[in-house]
Write a protein that binds this ligand. Structure first.
Ligand code: F6P
Length: 319
């Protein structure tokens, strides 16, 4: 295996660049040539490839986003798109492809592998909703960004004795909300995986304020409900002063945390080791601190699960 191509696909996440850097530098160390593909599967179809040498990845370990750029492309799901992708790989004489991204990217990686392409994947998404790995690159940075925002909102919430409903990302999952909510000391955390009773949320909020709390922070995962409706309900039912903050895409940007940089470096390096060991259709992952790998199609058959102990703990502590 001499010529390896890398692509980043789906939502960008802090740490993607650190993973690219690790693959390039470790690959070169083992005598490989590394090529970057622009705009994920769209660039694979269009034949948008560039050579990446050691210097091309200088000064990127600390940068958010992805130097390769990314896209959400459906074209690769079509036969014509796949035909063009295979042509590009042949034209650039690619021996293996490393796909960096979330669940959608893993589906693309599985398709690529089923077409006979030597394929590896690295889990990267701020949502942390990829099964069969304890962790996906980007999550730690995002959680820290959200906690920082909660801290700031809490200052103004306390000064005005207000209730704040804060919407965070996560698509259909509540990992960001639960982890950042627990770390930020939120009074209530609403996530799609667990049902909630709005009356109880309001009752808990009122009880806290009556006990002398000067604020109340309710963190809502975007998949758990409409924050405007939730705030309106609290305002109408309890007559409280409520404000809404939707954190949006600021959660996706920023310099990756040390943990994300180190994990991306370890996972990128592992991808090259798997290529050297002739292991295809594998996703790199981490379990109990150890970097390992698993069949991509097995990953796609599972679902990432919320830790119920953590969920219960957040409920107990957020009194
Ligand atoms: O998957 C990452 C994510 O940021 C989700 O949390 C969010 O729902 C989605 O991407 C937003 O996607 P887009 O940037 O395409 O609007």
């Amino acid at each position: 295996m001499r010529r390896i191509a890398i692509l980043t696909s789906g939502g960008d996440a802090p740490g993607m660049n650190a993973a690219i850097r690790a693959i390039v530098r470790k690959g070169i160390y083992h005598g490989m040539k590394i090529l970057g593909i622009s705009r994920g599967f769209a660039g694979l179809i269009d034949g948008d490839f560039m050579e990446l040498d050691g210097t091309a990845v200088s000064d990127i370990i600390q940068r958010g986003g992805t130097i390769l750029r990314t896209a959400r492309s459906d074209e690769f799901l079509e036969e014509e798109g796949q035909r063009k992708a295979l042509e590009s790989l042949k034209k650039f004489e690619i021996d293996a492809v490393v796909v960096i991204g979330g669940n959608g990217s893993l589906r693309g990686a599985s398709r690529l592998s089923s077409l006979g392409v030597f394929t590896l994947a690295i889990p990267v998404t701020i949502d942390n909703d990829i099964p069969c790995t304890d962790y996906s690159i980007g999550f730690d940075t995002t959680v820290n960004t959200v906690v920082d925002a909660i801290n700031k909102i809490r200052d103004t919430a306390t000064s005005h004795e207000r209730v704040f409903v804060i919407e965070v990302m996560g698509r259909e999952s509540g990992f960001i909300a639960l982890t950042a909510g627990l770390a930020g000391g939120a009074e209530s955390i609403l996530i799609p995986e667990m049902g909630y009773d709005m009356e109880m949320v309001i009752e808990k909020t009122v009880r806290g304020l009556n006990r002398g709390k000067l604020h109340s922070i309710i963190v809502v995962a975007e998949g758990a409900g409409d924050v405007m409706e939730i705030s309106e309900k609290i305002r109408k039912t309890a007559g409280l002063d409520v404000r809404v903050t939707i954190l949006g895409h600021l959660q996706r940007g920023g310099s990756p945390s040390a943990f994300d940089r180190v994990t991306a470096s370890r996972m990128g390096s592992k991808a090259i080791e798997l290529i050297l060991g002739n292991k295809t259709n594998r996703m790199v992952g981490i379990r109990s601190g150890k970097i390992g790998h698993i069949n991509i199609d097995t990953v796609l058959k599972h679902e990432a699960k919320i830790d119920l102990e953590v969920y219960d703990l957040a409920g107990i502590l957020g009194k």
